[in-house]
Design a protein around this ligand. Structure first.
Ligand SMILES: [Zn+2]
Length: 383
């Protein structure tokens, strides 16, 4: 488990900006080399480029040059040459154990010429992480806007504490960002309103197609992303902070997409898929949906909680009370069991199925899991 501590630092501007600029050029040189030679092999890159770059940038410490090389080749490897990663003059710089040391609150950074020592001011909130976790690396970034340097220190811990508590199923869909098995609804109507507004404005600007329209489109996309990120932070924080929950069960994303896409489409038999299904697939495939899950995972982890995944098959069609499965049990947001007459909100029913399916599959065999589950299951059947 990893944790990042960010803090503002005062550094000699000129020297570090100069270093960042040179490192960006070294980074880009490696990218050019990788494209030309169609490889991201570090040893080959070292043989071809190292001596040359040492001559060209004599003031850059050799350890830092190697870090930048590794960084560049990993970046191009990650994109598989489909996208070309580039660094700008003030792009962030990665430091590792070769190029920086941390002793207590004293941080030493490699730079052009002499190393730079500084004392970090660590907020009380991060003191524990700082003192007990293992330090594994950092990035240095520069904000052009505030003309200020930041370091992000990454710490690692092998044995994060885990807490005991209830298990909660979470259903995510088009109309609710999340519905929990104990009946908490996180509506997404506000998100949809905002997205609709952005969509409307985007279409208008796209029709215009002028240069200034393109510029405004770019700014707008940034704003929309920040809006979604903020909403995702808020919802995942509320979910993670629930005091009585220790395990969050989510539907397994990879199978959601095929199952939810497949089943209703087969039902349509060649006719046009309904509008809601198109919207649903768009939402399931969006980055914002993934982001929400990632945020929840790391926020939960930081609190010693867990996020697990469950096969979502039939979760939306199965009755949570009598376990009868029928497609017509569900009609839009209403769930009405054709067998026992149980009526409830469809997403709530689904979230309870997700939770119960997980409990069933995890209690088969492990005693330890069973003891965690018991209080929740019995508590539920009483109510
Ligand atoms: Zn039923």
């Amino acid at each position: 488990m990893k944790r990042t501590v960010s803090t503002r630092v005062n550094l000699p501007d000129e020297r570090f900006l100069n270093l960042m600029n040179q490192c960006a050029e070294i980074f880009n040189a490696h990218i050019d080399w990788a494209i030309e030679n169609k490889t991201f092999n570090k040893n080959k890159a070292h043989k071809d480029l190292y001596a040359l770059l040492r001559l060209q940038y004599p003031s850059v410490p050799s350890a830092l040059l190697q870090t930048v090389r590794d960084n560049a080749l990993e970046a191009i490897k990650a994109t598989k040459f489909k996208r070309i990663p580039r660094k700008k003059a003030t792009s962030g710089l990665r430091y590792d154990k070769r190029t920086m040391t941390l002793r207590g609150h004293q941080l030493t950074l490699s730079c052009v010429g002499k190393r730079v020592k500084l004392i970090l001011e660590i907020p009380d909130y991060f003191k524990q992480v700082f003192e007990t976790w293992e330090f594994c690396g950092a990035t240095l970034t520069y904000s052009k806007h505030s003309k200020q340097f930041w370091v992000r220190l990454v710490f690692e811990s092998d044995n994060p504490q885990t807490i005991k508590g209830g298990i909660q199923g979470i259903d995510r869909g088009l109309y609710h960002q999340a519905v929990t098995s104990d009946g908490k609804f996180f509506s997404s109507s506000q998100i949809r309103n905002t997205q609709r507004r952005y969509l409307f404005n985007r279409r208008k600007l796209q029709q215009k197609g002028t240069r200034s329209a393109k510029r405004r489109l770019k700014a707008m996309s940034g704003r929309e992303k920040r809006f979604m990120k903020d909403t995702n932070h808020c919802v995942s924080k509320k979910l993670a902070n629930q005091p009585d929950v220790a395990v969050f069960v989510l539907e397994d994303l990879s199978s959601i997409r095929t199952i939810r896409r497949g089943t209703p489409l087969a039902l349509c038999r060649g006719t046009r898929p309904p509008q809601w299904l198109k919207k649903m697939n768009k939402w399931l495939g969006s980055w914002a949906f993934y982001q929400q899950e990632q945020f929840l995972a790391y926020k939960a982890e930081a609190l010693g909680k867990r996020v697990v995944h469950q096969d979502p098959r039939y979760t939306s069609q199965k009755c949570n009370v009598c376990k009868h499965i029928k497609r017509t049990n569900r009609h839009k947001s209403k769930f009405h069991c054709k067998n026992c007459g149980h009526q409830t909100h469809a997403d709530l029913n689904a979230s309870r199925n997700v939770r119960d399916d997980y409990i069933l599959s995890s209690t088969q065999g492990t005693e330890e899991q069973g003891s965690v589950n018991t209080p929740y299951v019995s508590g539920n059947s009483v109510s």
